[in-house]
Design a protein. Sequence first.
Length: 180
Amino acid sequence: MPDWPRSIVRGKGFDTADEDGQRLWQEVQARLKDPVPVPDESVLITANKYGKPRVVLPRLGQGAFRVIVADSYLWRCALSSSHILHILDAAHIRPYASGGTHSPANGILLRQDVHTLFDRGYITVTPDFRIEVSKRIKEEFNNGLEYYAMQGKQIHLPQVEQFKPSTEALVWHNENVFRS
């Protein structure tokens, strides 16, 4: 419709008493008279299910990194305390692709949603091991109560000193990734 901007997702309506609304309703009725045929199930079964193979280079040491980080955090999220193994990730504080290493001091065990927010800069850990949540979660998504409840809390730390998050890596994350 000409008066319906592409950016509108919801909240726009039409009245059939108006010219545009009537034209839209007539188009809907015409399309309903001639529905799109559903393909025969045999066509769906024979269709390709996978794309072309591609080479993925594994990051050497990634498996060992995950086990050491998970074990050092006693298999629970450093921020939320969740201990559901299937949703825990060994996150790099400074990403491997940005010069980070597989050192346990560059790792932190995070629940997957927290990991995503950490990687995208909506959550960080300060050099004194406190959780900081960006105000941009509220501004950009009008959401985040669960995460704001973590604000300022101390994270759970590994008992082994050399496995604790590196101050240098945390400063790097705060300066280069976190969206204050």
